[in-house]
Design a protein around this ligand. Structure first.
Ligand code: R5P
Length: 249
């Protein structure tokens, strides 16, 4: 059995993936900035490169937390506007498979993440070696839900056989967690998701469910760090080592 990487090894892998992602960035790009610990490492490296004059870029962030990090890192931010297309969105994931189907939202930012993944011409995912799984579902699938609809959503998810758990706030454990939009989060324990497309279709039909954390057909590439190596996964293809990869945006 493969040994579980230590927290230091995981941080190192995230750092390697974040560093590698800079190869996708070009001056003049409008970028989407993801959320979570891996995306945060990318934001800080991108900020350093921007401050060093390496790139002139603008960005939109997928969460208030990432917006604050980007501002601190010196990355110029713009507001969403009509007709806006992003050249590249760089984000993390809670789970991914080799088809580049993703589970996202462990940090609660899935709604804005999906907006910026969809508004981007190229979604690049950064992951440490623990995120790549043969089948999605080990990580509970997050949902963002309108508070009024919560009881019915819990019933509907239970019918789909995904044990629903309302996420609680880390700061105030007796209160439910709130998203940047003021909505609630429900984590659905499916154990395994053999057909993500069908599950997504069912979830989309539940009223009051604002967004689910399945990201299907959105990622163009994923950088998965394993030890000292970074592999580039593209949907349905064999992984390539980074030095040989040439299909940048
Ligand atoms: O809502 C959070 C996002 O989907 C993150 O991208 C995801 O949880 C991965 O986060 P991390 O890089 O901290 O593992």
């Amino acid at each position: 059995m493969k040994a579980t990487p230590s927290p230091q090894q995981l941080k190192h892998e995230k750092q390697l993936a974040a560093e590698a992602a800079l190869r996708w960035v070009r001056s003049g790009m409008l970028l989407g900035l993801g959320s979570g610990s891996t995306a945060a490492l990318f934001i800080s490296q991108l900020g350093a490169a921007v401050r060093a004059g390496q790139y002139q870029i603008q960005a939109v962030a997928t969460s208030l937390a990432s917006e604050a990090l980007a501002r601190e890192a010196g990355i110029p931010l713009v507001e969403p506007r009509r007709g806006m297309r992003l050249d590249l969105t760089v984000d993390g994931a809670d789970e991914l498979n080799t088809e580049l189907q993703l589970v996202k939202g462990g940090g609660g930012a899935l709604l804005r993440e999906k907006v910026l993944a969809t508004a981007a011409d190229y979604l690049l995912i950064l992951a440490d070696s623990t995120k790549l799984v043969p089948q999605l579902g080990r990580f509970p699938l997050p949902l963002e839900v309108v508070p009024f609809a919560l009881p019915w959503i819990l019933d509907a998810v239970a019918e789909l056989e995904g044990k629903p758990v309302v996420r609680m706030s880390r700061q105030q454990p007796t209160e439910p967690a709130r998203t940047d939009q003021g909505n609630l989060l429900v984590d659905c324990h499916f154990q395994s998701i053999p057909d993500a497309t069908s599950l997504a279709r069912h979830l989309q039909q539940i009223p009051g469910l604002v967004e689910h954390g399945l990201f299907l057909g959105l990622a163009r590439a994923a950088l998965v760090a394993q030890g000292e190596q970074v592999l580039v996964y593209t949907p349905g293809a064999e992984p390539q080592s980074l030095p040989g990869f040439s299909a940048f945006p």
